[in-house]
Design a protein around this ligand. Sequence first.
Ligand code: CA
Length: 237
Amino acid sequence: MIFMFALGSTPHAEGVRILVVEDEHRLAELLRDGLTGEGFAVDLAHDGREGLWMGTEQPYDVIVLDVMLPGLDGYTVCARLREAGVWTPILMLTAMAGEYDEAEALDTGADDYLAKPFSYVVLLARLRALVRRGVRERPAVLTVGDLRVDPAGLRCSRGEVLIALTPKEFAILHCLAGRAGEVVPKSELLARAWDFAYEGDSNVVEVYISALRRKIDRPFGRSTLTTVRGAGYRLEP
Ligand code: CA
């Protein structure tokens, strides 16, 4: 559960609109009451479809999005909002403890995440930061030869062929494509695709690199994703 504090009103909260998508009614109402008390204008949605509809139809300054939702889960809502060209900052509430869920939230286009149970004070601080940052730019599509990496739609293609990637494969490829021709250290790929606190086996990166080769290179008779021994990986331009 969350801890409520009376903090008084937030400067510059006036006129800031927040959409809270949360199916636990008690938590949703606590958040609405707390944030309204800070001076924010708050709307509630109680399932994924309603949240997606409201987030698409109404202009919000920030969206608080629970992951475990009936209808559509939070990851899907987030990805669909980005596909629809909605770049409102999204703070995702992840219910499951574990390093992978947070990375997944960021991979689908969320700007920040908070694991439940969370402190209301921390939530408020994160929301203020997101409101200050404002709507970010739609990320650019990267092209490396005939390979196309579209972070907004989480899509990848070679020539006319669409390639299905998992969120982590996508995150690694996006990092390599953004620096095509350069050697990217394994540690950097690990930090990009997982959370910075991940302390697991860095060999996991190799597993994903192999999977990427099977998808973006081998079927096309290419070998653009190379290993630079002792240094990292390079996507050849
Ligand atoms: Ca939930």
